[in-house]
Design a protein around this ligand. Structure first.
Ligand SMILES: Nc1nc2c(ncn2[C@@H]2O[C@H](COP(=O)(O)OP(=O)(O)OP(=O)(O)O)[C@@H](O)[C@H]2O)c(=O)[nH]1
Ligand SMILES: [Mg+2]
Ligand SMILES: [Zn+2]
Length: 309
């Protein structure tokens, strides 16, 4: 039996199958062939996308996606298959990028945070730094670097999915927004979601006690509605996050303190390495720019240069 046409939001996308939430409920869909062809990438429609659905079978709750609406924002990463590099859109129409890390197990990695901060700025997303597992030993050693992120103007939230610490503060940031949780495997993204949405069915996996790494428990991004309004997208933990389409200009702009001090360098095209009267190097020496950020900056700059070669 043919049904109506609805506008909806993609909650989950797995190998050509889409679960779309519409005002008339959830439909299991595939994409119309002509649409899939037009989009021409490996995963054309992603979690968070707004789509038009034509009902194919109302009783079976099956539909076909006939149109993909323009994306307001997106989070992308670069994936390499052999020698080919391509853009993988992780999620669409997001407001907040919640960069989830953990105090320990797996270890805290500020370099990854810096990458995500650039990705957020590039994608026009609000970054939120969430440090989970604060119930475990080791937070003291992170105070300095976390204070540095706060001083740069980024919200830093300390949470424990285990004890509930910081969860109210996290809820405040998520209310009525669409937020994506991103970070290494095992930091507790799905565990946080379990606390935010009581009764939800999501898998949580043990961290390998030998390697201190997660086990890649979450295998597909999934969008979930929050009880207080808004959505969260849980994503699989990544080993490595490479930025798609990264330019030197992006790196120079989105490391905010380097851009700010860089305005005071003698040369406008200063590389902040060997030039005389470099305000960035002076700021690093005086402790006004954190050496870790200066390192991250060069790492990303190298990556961006590799890109344009
Ligand atoms: N002590 C402590 N353990 C936590 C906390 N949050 C999560 N864990 C544990 O960390 C492990 C990994 O949690 P997950 O929620 O599966 O981590 P994830 O980030 O979703 O991992 P992937 O899905 O693999 O990306 C589980 O054993 C959790 O019980 C926390 O706040 N404190
Ligand atoms: Mg998970
Ligand atoms: Zn300089």
């Amino acid at each position: 039996m043919k049904g109506g046409v609805h506008q909806g939001k993609v909650l989950k996308a797995i190998r050509g199958h889409y679960w779309v939430e519409t005002p008339e409920g959830l439909y299991h869909c595939y994409a119309r062939e002509s649409l899939a062809k037009r989009l021409q990438t490996t995963n054309p429609i992603v979690v968070g996308d707004e789509v038009t659905v034509e009902v194919v079978d109302e009783a079976k709750r099956e539909g076909v996606i006939t149109d993909l609406h323009p994306r307001r924002t997106k989070l992308s990463r670069k994936v390499s298959t052999g020698t080919r590099e391509s853009e993988q859109v992780v999620a669409a129409n997001i407001d907040n990028l919640v960069i989830v890390s953990s105090v320990t197990d797996p270890p805290f990695r500020p370099g990854l945070i810096d990458r995500y901060l650039v990705a957020a700025a590039k994608g026009d997303l609000n970054p939120i730094i969430c440090v989970n597992k604060v119930d475990l030993e080791g937070l003291e050693e992170l105070r300095d670097v976390l204070e540095m992120y706060r001083a740069l103007g980024y919200p830093v939230i300390l949470t424990s999915a285990k004890t509930g610490q910081g969860m109210d503060e996290l809820r405040e940031h998520l209310r009525d927004k669409t937020s994506v949780f991103a970070g290494h495997s095992g930091v507790g993204k799905s565990s946080l979601l379990r606390v935010l949405v009581p009764g939800i069915q999501v898998k949580v996996g043990e961290v390998n006690p030998r390697t201190g790494r997660g086990r890649h428990t979450t295998t597909a991004a999934e969008l979930v509605r929050l009880p207080d309004g808004g959505y969260v997208i849980d994503t699989p933990g990544i080993r490595q996050f490479s930025l798609w389409d990264l330019t030197e200009e992006d790196v120079r702009r989105f490391f905010v303190e380097i851009a700010r001090y860089g305005a005071g360098c003698r040369f406008t095209d200063c590389s902040h390495t060997v030039e005389p009267e470099c305000a960035v190097r002076a700021a690093v020496e005086e402790g006004r720019i954190h050496p870790r950020r200066y390192e991250s900056f060069f790492r990303l700059l190298e990556e961006a240069r590799g890109e344009t070669e």
